[in-house]
Design a protein around this ligand. Structure first.
Ligand code: NAD
Ligand code: TYD
Length: 342
C-alpha cells in the first residue's frame, strides 16, 4: 500500500539523498518535504524531482507550529532530518541549534501526536555518546551512556530524549537511528570531505585540526539511506538502531592524505596544520552488529569506493559547490580566524 511521508530537512545533504532514493524505490509513495532553506538547504539538491507529482516542497520552519500542524495531517510517516548539523557552527553560535534541534523536534512531536501520525522516525547522531579513547577496541553500542560534549551533540541528545519521552508518555510509535559521520554527494562543503576536496580543486590547502589523530567512523550516505529504509520497512517500533560504515579506525590525517593523493597532489605540501577545535571529540566508532542482526542491513560501500565516488562528484559539480563556498565565506573567516585560512 502506498504511503505518505513528511520529510523534514529534505533539501539538505542526507535528506535530499533520502528523498531521491525513496521515490526511486517506492514510486507510488508521496513525499512532502518541509525545509526552511537555511544556509545548508538548497532546492538545487532536488531540482530533478520538481515535476514529479509524488513530490511536494514546502518552504517552512519546523519551529512554526501552524505549518507543522497543517502538514502532519494525513501523514503516515515522518522522517525527521531537519537540524543545524555542523559542530564548528554550534561552537560559534549555539542558540539556533537549541531552537531547531530541540524546540523544532518538540514541535514536530506535538503535531505527530495530535494528528495521530503512525510512525515518527528520528535521525540521530553517534556524537550523543561523546568521545572514545584512541587505540582501544571500544565502540558505541546501544548500552553506551549519553555524554554529549558540544552544543550540537547536546542539542541532538535532547532531541533523542524527547522522541523517546513522547513514545513512553503519549504512545507515539517511533524509531531512531544514531549514525556516524556521513560523506558523499550533495554535502555542504564545510564538513571535512567536501571542504578538503573543494579546497584542493580551488588550489587551496586543507586545514587539519590539532594533531590530526582524531578518528571518525565514516558512512557513505546511500548506506545510511538504505538503513533508514530497512528500519521503516521492518515495522519495528520504540527501538533505536546504530548505523556505521565499513571503516577501520582511520585518523583525520590519513583521510586527508588519501584525498590529496587520490587527487594527484602531495599531502606534505597540501596540509595546513591549524589550531584544534574546542572540546574536539577524539574518537567515534560504531558497533552496528545489532542493526545487522535485527534488520539484515549492512553497509555496502567501502571507504575507497565511497571516497572515489565523492571526489568524482565534486569534480563534476563545481556549479553546485562554488556559490555555496562563497555564501559561507563569513563562517569560514570566523571559524578559521585563529586557525589559518581554509
Ligand atoms: P544539513 O545541514 O546538510 O541539512 C539540514 C537541512 O535541514 C537543510 O536543508 C536545512 O535547510 C534544514 N533545516 C535546518 N533548520 C531547519 C528548520 N528550523 N526548519 C526546517 N528545516 C530546517 O544536514 P545533514 O548532514 O543532511 O544532516 C541531516 C540529519 O542527520 C541531521 O539531523 C543531523 O543531525 C543528522 N546527522 C548527520 C550526520 C552527518 O554526518 N552529516 C551524521 C549523523 C547525524
Ligand atoms: P566534521 O566533518 O566537521 O564532522 P564532525 O565534527 O561532526 O565529526 O569533522 C570531521 C573531523 O575532521 C573532525 O575530527 C574535525 C576534523 N576537521 C578538520 O581537521 N579540519 C576541518 O577543516 C574540518 C571541517 C574538520
Amino acid at each position: 500500500m502506498s504511503k505518505k511521508l513528511l520529510v523534514t530537512g529534505g533539501c539538505g545533504f542526507i535528506g535530499s539523498n533520502f528523498v531521491r532514493y525513496w521515490l526511486e524505490k517506492h514510486p507510488d509513495d508521496e513525499i512532502v518535504n518541509l525545509d526552511a532553506l537555511t544556509y545548508a538547504g538548497n532546492p538545487a539538491n532536488l531540482r530533478d524531482l520538481e515535476n514529479n507529482p509524488h513530490y511536494r516542497f514546502v518552504k517552512g520552519n519546523i519551529c512554526d507550529s501552524q505549518i507543522v500542524n497543517e502538514l502532519t495531517k494525513n501523514i503516515d510517516i515522518i522522517v525527521h532530518f531537519a537540524a543545524e548539523s555542523h559542530v564548528d557552527r554550534s561552537i560559534l553560535a549555539p542558540e539556533v541549534f537549541l531552537q531547531t534541534n530541540v524546540l523544532g523536534t518538540f514541535n514536530l512531536l506535538e503535531a505527530a501526536v495530535k494528528n495521530k501520525v503512525a510512525h515518527f522516525h528520528h535521525i540521530g547522531t553517534d556524537e550523543v555518546f561523546g568521545s572514545l579513547p584512541l587505540e582501544t577496541a571500544e565502540k558505541f553500542t546501544l548500552e553506551t551512556k549519553y555524554d554529549p560534549r558540544s552544543p550540537y551533540s547536546a542539542s541532538k541528545a535532547a532531541s533523542d530524549h524527547l522522541v523517546r519521552a513522547y513514545g513512553e508518555t503519549y504512545g507515539l510509535a517511533y524509531t531512531i537511528t544514531n549514525c556516524s559521520n556521513n560523506y558523499g554527494p550533495w554535502q555542504f562543503p564545510e564538513k571535512l570531505f567536501g571542504l578538503a576536496i573543494t579546497n584542493l580543486l580551488e588550489g587551496k590547502k586543507v586545514p587539519v585540526y590539532g594533531d590530526g589523530k582524531n578518528v571518525r567512523d565514516w558512512l557513505f550516505v546511500t548506506d545510511h539511506v538504505r538503513a533508514i529504509e530497512a528500519v521503516l520497512e521492518s515495522g519495528r517500533q520504540q527501538e533505536t538502531f546504530l548505523v556505521g560504515g565499513l571503516t577501520r579506525d582511520i585518523s583525520n590525517f590519513e583521510v586527508v592524505s588519501q584525498i590529496i593523493t587520490l587527487m594527484g597532489k602531495n599531502p606534505e605540501a597540501e596540509i595546513e596544520w591549524v589550531q584544534d577545535r574546542a572540546g574536539h571529540d577524539r574518537r567515534y566508532s560504531i558497533d552496528w552488529s545489532a542493526t545487522q542482526q535485527k534488520l539484515g542491513w549492512t553497509p555496502s560501500v567501502t571507504f575507497e569506493q565511497g571516497l572515489q565516488q565523492t571526489i568524482d562528484w565534486y569534480r563534476t559539480h563545481e556549479d553546485w559547490w562554488r556559490p555555496l563556498k562563497q555564501k559561507a565565506a563569513g563562517f569560514f573567516a570566523q571559524n578559521y580566524h585563529q586557525k589559518g585560512q581554509p
